[in-house]
Design a protein around this ligand. Structure first.
Ligand SMILES: Nc1nc2c(c(=O)[nH]1)N[C@H]1C(S)=C(S)[C@@H](COP(=O)(O)OP(=O)(O)OC[C@H]3O[C@@H](n4cnc5c(N)ncnc54)[C@H](O)[C@@H]3O)O[C@H]1N2
Ligand code: MOO
Length: 433
């Protein structure tokens, strides 16, 4: 068979492939002001509309002169200094500057436009002028070495020539690109509009954290909605969280409505092996059959699902919104999100594991946290990790001790171990959170 064997507990790699093929997000293009685009992903090249600098600018505080005047001074006569009248004082300010006649000098500040005719700027340190006083009436310049045409003058287009590609599709908009857009007068950047994700949380036992009934027997404070909304927000998505009852008709109605207004739908819970697994009942083989469910060779986060929801637009056009089904167990939902959903929203390096050496790791303990299922079916054992650096700068990860979600309060990485607790000194793949 070509796809993963879903009846034989697919591996994480096979399931990732299936999710990537099933849940394709089509980015919508938008032109957004650079500041609002911060953090967004570019959809197109950003091309400079103009030269930077636009005109020749001084790179030093000093004096603009004609190089020929200085060369004359250092000629066969052996003189090493020349005195020129100072005919202008040019600060970095708006407005044009008059050309400079041969045989004269203009005092000039860093960033100020170089007057026409001048082909060199001599830094003030090389002259007899007091840099903090008024412009002198004459200046004596120590001529000699290091003077050549264009010295200390920033040529037009030297930093950015018109037509230069400053950033490419897939690049994230950062503060430096915001600055380039500002300095080059680029009013808007071509980014992907933030995707909208709806999270449908199932479970009749779930109540809002501040519900007066939250401490009643059997009630569980809902946390997957908050966790997934936070994780999605960090990826730049817009998020809605909706709590659904464990009822097939109500769930499918919410799902259809969510699919119509979202780029991606996530569900939480209801995909286990029990009698009340509403998501599986609604969308699995005995329901609509539009989603695939499997128990992966992964712990925690073994139960997973993926599918598409049919949406008919106002014009009668049919479209499909991807849906990813995460398990209800909070740590299973967290692991499933980072392994399978994050790559859909942050493609490329941001969602790929890196390698680290294990620093500290707790003793493997017997009990429910042991990878029993995984021991029977070799697979991936995910653990909470905290990243650091060794003295030589290499990446080190400590595996945190604790059960289920609790140690993730301090975790900044998922340790993707092979079946068993890794030993200190062992190399492991880690997915930074
Ligand atoms: N017979 C078997 N039972 C289970 C298996 C199995 O292989 N055989 N796998 C277990 C694993 S692993 C997981 S994970 C769960 C997945 O089940 P569901 O996706 O149906 O999750 P629920 O039953 O809805 O909830 C499980 C657990 O998590 C709590 N929960 C659910 N949603 C939330 C939420 N939004 N916020 C906070 N807590 C939530 C819920 O109250 C349950 O305690 O199946 C196992 N069973
Ligand atoms: O896969 Mo479940 O998430 O181990 O608890």
């Amino acid at each position: 068979m070509t796809g993963p064997d879903l009846h034989d507990h697919p591996t994480v790699a096979d399931w990732s492939d299936l999710v990537r093929r099933t849940a394709v997000l089509v980015p919508r293009a938008a032109e957004v002001s650079p500041r609002l685009a911060l953090g967004a992903t570019l959809r197109d090249d950003v091309v400079s509309p103009r030269d930077l600098p636009a005109v020749p600018l001084s790179a030093m505080d000093g004096f603009a002169v004609h190089l020929a005047d200085l060369e004359a001074a250092t000629g066969p006569a052996g003189r090493t200094a020349v005195t020129l009248p100072v005919v202008a004082d040019i600060p970095a300010s708006r407005g044009g500057v008059a050309p400079l006649a041969p045989g004269s000098a203009a005092r000039i500040m860093t960033g100020a436009p170089v007057p026409g005719g001048a082909d060199v700027v001599v830094e003030v340190e090389r002259t007899d002028a007091d840099p903090h006083a008024e412009a002198p009436t004459t200046v004596t310049i120590a001529a000699g070495e290091g003077l050549r045409p264009g010295r200390h003058i920033r040529r037009p287009g030297e930093e950015v020539a018109a037509g230069t590609v400053l950033a490419r599709p897939g690049d994230r908009v950062g503060p430096a690109l915001v600055a380039l857009a500002a300095t080059l007068g680029i009013p808007a950047l071509p980014v992907a509009e933030p995707p909208h994700v709806t999270v449908l949380v199932t479970g009749d036992e779930l109540v809002a954290p501040d519900d007066p009934e939250a401490d009643a027997p059997g009630a569980v404070r809902e946390s997957n909605g908050a966790m997934l909304a936070a994780a999605l927000t960090l990826l730049g998505a817009g998020v809605d969280v909706i709590r659904c009852p464990d009822d097939v008709a109500a769930l499918t109605a919410e799902l259809d409505a969510a699919a119509a207004r979202s780029d991606l739908v996530l569900t939480s819970g209801g995909i286990g092996h029990g009698a009340y697994d509403v998501v599986k009942a609604a969308l699995g083989p005995t329901g609509r059959g539009s989603s695939t469910f499997a128990h992966l060779r992964l712990r925690p986060g073994g139960p997973q699902g993926v599918g598409r929801v049919r949406v008919v637009g106002p014009d009668g056009q049919e479209a499909w919104t991807p849906v990813v089904h995460l398990p209800g167990t909070p740590v299973g939902a967290l692991v499933g999100f980072h392994l399978f959903v994050r790559p859909l929203l942050a493609p490329g390096a941001a969602a790929r594991p890196v390698r680290a050496l294990v620093g500290r790791a707790p003793e493997p303990r017997p009990g429910p946290e042991r990878p029993r299922a995984a021991a029977r079916r070799p697979g991936m054992f995910v653990l909470p990790g905290r990243l650091g650096r060794a003295d030589d700068g290499s990446l080190v990860v400590d595996v945190l001790d604790g059960r289920r979600l609790a140690p993730y309060g301090r975790a900044d990485a998922l340790v993707l171990a092979d079946d068993a607790m890794p030993a200190p000194g062992q190399g492991v793949p880690v997915l930074p959170l």
